[in-house]
Design a protein around this ligand. Structure first.
Ligand SMILES: Cc1cc2nc3c(=O)[nH]c(=O)nc-3n(C[C@H](O)[C@H](O)[C@H](O)COP(=O)(O)OP(=O)(O)OC[C@H]3O[C@@H](n4cnc5c(N)ncnc54)[C@H](O)[C@@H]3O)c2cc1C
Length: 371
């Protein structure tokens, strides 16, 4: 193999596929190279929630990134479905975040105030209102917060659809082909695999948790660490839930096929992608506390993925200072599915039009040093 394209993308997860689709729509010749199959990294485990305003997302910049990407979602999904011909399950039915004690109810009250002050539509529910909204909740509920613009998408179906849509626009996918080195050669980037070398004008590094493991000539490894997540798929037998339910120790995503996804563990386990007894037990316990009817659900599968995390939990999108025709698109941690449309647009605008969106200043690799 000795191929040439305008841009080579390393990694065919949801980020690599979204970037490939966006670049190819603008007439650029693109190759995507992945050591596994397309979508075989963290993406295959994702719950697919599109929920920037949920608990834990305290960083102002995450609100900006998340809400900008969420705004793009309707047209992103419609375009990908129309270009690929593949259906993508996608719902915007909102989230119900649950408080199980007085202190967490106060947190929800503060969150509601903050969200309302920036124009996000949300409603605080009393205990009775929360139970009326979601009759399966246990009796330990104190109240809830509904954010109606939130939603979810089937991340595997979306990645598959992006793959097909990008291929129709001419993207070449090279799978089962691990990148072992990246270097520069005159004005080009050389991406070396065991099967040969790909030469291109520029490269995008979208290899998720593994970005720091790929040797790049003259560039230090980016500080990306894998954070393992385990997630269950259960077969729900009761009347369906109306929207995502987010509890203290787990969240539940209801699908129209009658299944629910229960997530997720957050574990520092290196590059180990195995499911564990304790991970499964903790999720089963948490979902039965939140929704007692889950005790009657069928057990389908457990999924495991390594979320790519950075020292400040924000993504890394932008040019390498040490190799300017190399662009990073990684570190999306718990929000890679949500942030895929915006990341694709930021990368394409940067690489093709030289457009430096102001938000790139906050998520550039240079905040960690000369990468
Ligand atoms: C349990 C769980 C639940 C989640 N839920 C949500 C959610 O609800 N909403 C949300 O927005 N996000 C969620 N996430 C996070 C989301 O899944 C990730 O942020 C996203 O999948 C990252 O996508 P990626 O393309 O960067 O990485 P990946 O999907 O990991 O893709 C990276 C690709 O790079 C390839 N690769 C690695 N090294 C090499 C190499 N040397 N050569 C070639 N290819 C290479 C890998 O094979 C892989 O296919 C969840 C994650 C987990 C684990």
């Amino acid at each position: 193999m000795n191929q040439k394209s305008d841009i080579v993308i390393v990694g065919g997860g949801i980020i690599g596929c979204a970037v490939a689709y966006e670049l190819s729509k603008r007439g650029i010749s693109v190759s995507v190279v992945d050591g596994r199959d397309v979508g075989g990294g963290a993406t295959r485990a994702s719950a697919g929630m599109l929920a920037p305003f949920i608990e834990g997302q305290h960083l102002e910049i995450m609100w900006t990134l998340g809400s900008r990407s969420l705004e793009l979602y309707d047209s992103f999904v419609a375009d990908v479905v129309s270009d690929s011909g593949h259906f993508v399950p996608y719902e915007r039915t909102g989230t119900l975040e649950i408080a199980l004690d007085k202190a967490s109810l106060e947190c929800l009250e503060r969150a509601a105030e903050r969200l309302s002050s920036v124009g996000v539509k949300c409603s605080l529910l009393t205990r009775a209102e929360a139970i009326a909204a979601e009759p399966h909740l246990g009796s330990n509920v104190h109240g809830g917060l509904v954010v109606s613009t939130h939603g979810f998408v089937n991340a595997n179906a979306l990645t598959c659809s992006l793959h097909h849509a990008a291929a129709k626009h001419g993207v070449c996918f090279i799978t089962a082909s691990e990148v072992i080195e990246i270097s520069s050669h005159e004005d080009s980037v050389m991406v070396k695999t065991a099967g040969g070398t790909l030469l291109s004008g520029a490269a995008v590094l979208a290899a998720g948790s593994w970005v720091g493991r790929i040797p790049i000539e003259g560039v230090s490894p980016l500080p990306i660490r894998p954070v393992r997540g385990q997630l269950l798929r259960l077969l729900w037998t009761e009347a369906s839930l109306a929207r995502i339910v987010w509890g203290a120790d787990c969240y539940v995503v209801p699908w129209s096929d009658g299944s629910i996804l229960v997530g997720a563990t957050v574990e520092d386990a290196g590059f180990d992608e195995c499911a564990t007894v304790s991970g499964v037990m903790s999720l089963l316990g948490a979902v039965c506390d939140l929704l007692p009817a889950a005790q009657g659900a069928g057990f389908d599968t457990v999924r495991v993925g390594l979320r790519p995390a950075t020292p400040d939990d924000l993504p890394v999108v932008g040019r390498s200072a040490a190799m300017p025709n190399l662009v990073y698109a990684t570190g999306h941690y718990r929000n890679g599915v949500l942030l895929a449309p915006l990341t694709a647009r930021l990368v394409a605008n940067l690489m093709l039009d030289g457009q430096e969106d102001p938000v790139l200043g906050e998520i550039s690799p240079s905040r960690f040093g000369e990468f």
